[in-house]
Design a protein around this ligand. Structure first.
Ligand code: SF4
Length: 194
């Protein structure tokens, strides 16, 4: 993850991420793997009972909303987001750590994070008419740091190629709510036994 910190530092003139801004956790489908879920579970287990209870209530609500929704993909506020802060920050997933930078996606042009359209990262050089970053806007603002595209798309970072290179086994990948729904730790029964 050291490289990610560096990438964010390199792009500092464009990055508006700060504590309390939770746009990227407020509406998404959050791809997660079983390996990342294991880490999240460590974070969850360290929380106090009141916070765990809030998260379980959030999960129950999202599951209900999903059942009655025909949205594809189904998107939701992350159940771990409480008062606009991540309750499991140190244990968050890959998608949580990479969001906010421009990234490369196989077979597609560089992708601009959606928060650029909401006045946040890269918004100062986003031409909303062309949906492209604008070199003239950059010059006019006196920004000399080039906006860079990083190979940090979730599907690449959790690909078999990366898994083999690092000896990882990501396991099943799915939307976070689906992984949580299939895990006993995130049920009231398990919570009561503790
Ligand atoms: S786990 Fe934390 S950082 Fe990741 S989407 Fe949820 S609230 Fe946001």
């Amino acid at each position: 993850m050291g490289n990610l910190d560096k990438y964010f530092k390199d792009q500092a003139p464009y990055i508006a991420c700060k504590a309390g801004c939770a746009k990227c956790c407020s509406n998404g489908d959050y791809p997660f793997s079983e390996m990342e879920l294991s880490l999240l579970k460590v974070g969850f287990s360290e929380l106090d009972d009141k916070t765990k209870d809030i998260i379980l209530t959030n999960i129950e609500q999202i599951k209900q909303d999903k059942e009655s929704s025909d949205k594809t993909p189904f998107t939701y506020k992350c159940p771990f987001l409480i008062n606009n802060m991540c309750s499991v920050y140190e244990f968050r997933g890959i998608i949580c750590r990479t969001f906010g930078l421009i990234y490369l996606k196989e077979g597609a042009k560089a992708q601009i994070p959606f928060c650029a359209y909401e006045g946040l990262n890269y918004s100062m050089i986003l031409n909303k008419e062309t949906n492209m970053l604008d070199a003239d806007m950059m010059k006019n603002k006196g920004i000399t740091v080039e906006p860079k595209e990083y190979n940090i798309h979730y599907s690449f970072l959790t690909s078999d190629r990366v898994a083999h290179a690092f000896g990882f086994n990501f396991g099943k990948k799915s939307s976070l709510i689906d992984l949580l729904s299939g895990d006993r730790m995130f049920t009231r029964e398990y919570f009561k036994q503790k």
